[in-house]
Design a protein around this ligand. Structure first.
Ligand code: C2O
Ligand code: CU
Length: 434
C-alpha cells in the first residue's frame, strides 16, 4: 500500500506518453520491437473429435487437436500466440487461466476484447512472469467450448533450470461431452515413459467444471505447487488423495519404483509413469485428503492482512428471480441477482481482504482473474501450513474463507464460479481499479 502513489504515477506516465523511465511488464508487452521468444499460431475449428480410445462427438479443436498444443515458455520470455478462428460460429477467445497477464491480454469476450469471429484473428502477447502449471481455454460461450475441447496446457518453467530438476509429466484431466473422462486426451490410461528410480513432477490440471480427487499408487508423493505457486516445506504424503477444484492445478512429485510404475489416478482415468509396459496397481480413492490449510511449513507470505486497505464480502446464495428477463432460481452475490451484484473497486497497491461465504446449497470453485489469493482462514481456522496461494478455490456449501490479495494488476477482472454453467447462471462479477 505504501507503493501506491509511485506505481499509479508510473501507470499514468505509461498511458500518457507511451514511455516511462521504469520498465514495467505492460511496457514490455507493448514494445513492438522486443523479439518474441515463444510464438505459435492456434487455429480454432468446430469438428468431430474421437478421443484416444473413445467415442466420436462434435467438438472443437486447436490446430486439429484437443487438448490444444502444450505451450511451454521460460519465466521472463515474451510469448506471442496468434489465435485464428476458422469456423467456430459463436466466436472464440483464449484466457490464460492462472497467469496474471496484463488485462488487455486476459481473453474475456465482452470485457477485454470482442470474441474472434470466423475468419478473424487476435494476437496475444505477454511476458511470462510466473513459473508453474497453468492452462488456457476459450472464454466465449465458455461452457460448451471448454467441455467440447477448446483448451490446452501451459507450462512456464523457472528462469533458471537446475540440472537436477525433475522430469515432468502433464496430466490434463478432462471430461468430454457424453461423460468421456480423459487424461491428455486419452480415455482410460495415459502413459509417460520414465526410468526406475526417476523422480517426476506430475502437473495435474483439472479442466472440468467439478472438483476431482487424485491419488497415487506405487509411490509416496509431495505436493510441490498449487495453482502455479510453490508450497513451502511440502511433506511426504502416503495413502491420501489431493482435491483439485475446477480450474485448479497441483504439481505432485513422485518416484518411479525399482520394479513397476507409478499410477496417478482420478476417478475414471489415470496416468501411468514408468518404463514402457511396466504395470501399475490400481486402487480406490483413499478416504482422507491432504488439507492444504495445514500442509507444509509456515513462511512469510509477503502480505500482511493487518495492513488491509479494503475488506469485501462475497456472499453466495440462491434465490428466485429474473436473469436477462428469464425467470428462474438464480445464484446471488450479496443478495443480488446479476446485474444487481457488487463491482469490487480497488486502487492499485491496495491490500484487499475478501470474505467468501457460501450458503447456496452447492459447492462453487471461485476464480479471480489476474491475481492470486492467499488463503488466510477457513471457517475461522487460520492457515497454519505453507502459505497457500490459489487462483481457484473450492467453497463448499456452509463454508467461509478469508483470503487476501494485492491489487497489483490494473484492469477489469472477472471473479466468477468456474463451474461454467454456474457462471452463465449469474455467479460472476468483476474487480475493477479506480
Ligand atoms: Cu478459467 Cu474466467 O476462467
Ligand atoms: Cu458455482
Amino acid at each position: 500500500a505504501a507503493m501506491h502513489d509511485d506505481t499509479s504515477a508510473e501507470v499514468t506516465a505509461a498511458r500518457g506518453s507511451g514511455t516511462t523511465s521504469t520498465t514495467r511488464v505492460t511496457d514490455l508487452v507493448a514494445d513492438p520491437d522486443r523479439p518474441v521468444d515463444v510464438r505459435l499460431e492456434l487455429v480454432a475449428r468446430a469438428e468431430r473429435i474421437t478421443p484416444d480410445g473413445g467415442e466420436p462427438f462434435d467438438g472443437f479443436t486447436l490446430n486439429g487437436q484437443s487438448p490444444g498444443p502444450v505451450i511451454r515458455a521460460r519465466q521472463g520470455e515474451l510469448v506471442e500466440v496468434v489465435l485464428r478462428n476458422d469456423d467456430v460460429a459463436d466466436g472464440v477467445t483464449l484466457h490464460w487461466h492462472g497467469v496474471d497477464v496484463p488485462a488487455a491480454m486476459d481473453g474475456v469476450a465482452g470485457v477485454t476484447q470482442d470474441a474472434v469471429r470466423p475468419g478473424e484473428s487476435f494476437t496475444y502477447r505477454f511476458v511470462a512472469e510466473q513459473a508453474g502449471t497453468f492452462w488456457y481455454h476459450s472464454h466465449q460461450a465458455s461452457h460448451p467450448q471448454v467441455v467440447g475441447g477448446l483448451f490446452g496446457a501451459l507450462v512456464l518453467e523457472p528462469a533458471e533450470q537446475t540440472t537436477d530438476a525433475a522430469a515432468d509429466a502433464l496430466a490434463a484431466i478432462h471430461t468430454y461431452p457424453g461423460g468421456q473422462r480423459t487424461i491428455n486426451g486419452a480415455v482410460g490410461d495415459a502413459h509417460r515413459d520414465a526410468a526406475p528410480g526417476e523422480t517426476v513432477r506430475v502437473r495435474l490440471i483439472n479442466t472440468d467444471s467439478t472438483p476431482t480427487s487424485a491419488w497415487v499408487t506405487g509411490s509416496v508423493f509431495r505436493v510441490l505447487a498449487v495453482d502455479g505457486k510453490d508450497l513451502h516445506g511440502p511433506g511426504e504424503v502416503d495413502g491420501q488423495a489431493i482435491e483439485l477444484t475446477a480450474g485448479a492445478r497441483a504439481d505432485l512429485e513422485v518416484r518411479v519404483p525399482a520394479h513397476g510404475a507409478v499410477r496417478v489416478q482420478v476417478p475414471g482415468a489415470s496416468l501411468v509413469v514408468g518404463p514402457d509396459g511396466a504395470g501399475a496397481d490400481t486402487s480406490s480413492a483413499p478416504r482422507a485428503s491432504v488439507d492444504l490449510l495445514t500442509y507444509g511449513e509456515p513462511a512469510d507470505p509477503g502480505v500482511d492482512p493487518a495492513d488491509a486497505d479494503r475488506t469485501f464480502a462475497y456472499d453466495i446464495g440462491r434465490w428466485p428471480g429474473f436473469l436477462d428477463g428469464r425467470p428462474g432460481y438464480w445464484w446471488t452475490i450479496n443478495g443480488g441477482i446479476l446485474p444487481a451484484v457488487p463491482m469490487y473497486m480497488v486502487d492499485e497497491g491496495d491490500i484487499v481482504v475478501m470474505r467468501i461465504a457460501n450458503n447456496s446449497g452447492e459447492v462453487h470453485p471461485m476464480h479471480l482473474h489476474g491475481h492470486h489469493l492467499l488463503v488466510l482462514s477457513r471457517d475461522g481456522q487460520p492457515s497454519s501450513g505453507s502459505p497457500w496461494w490459489v487462483d481457484s478455490l473450492d467453497v463448499e456449501h456452509g463454508e467461509s474463507y478469508e483470503v487476501a490479495f494485492v491489487a497489483d494488476n490494473p484492469g477489469i477482472w472477472m471473479d466468477h464460479c468456474h463451474n461454467l454453467p454456474h457462471a452463465s447462471e449469474g455467479l460472476m462479477t468483476h474487480l475493477a481499479y479506480s
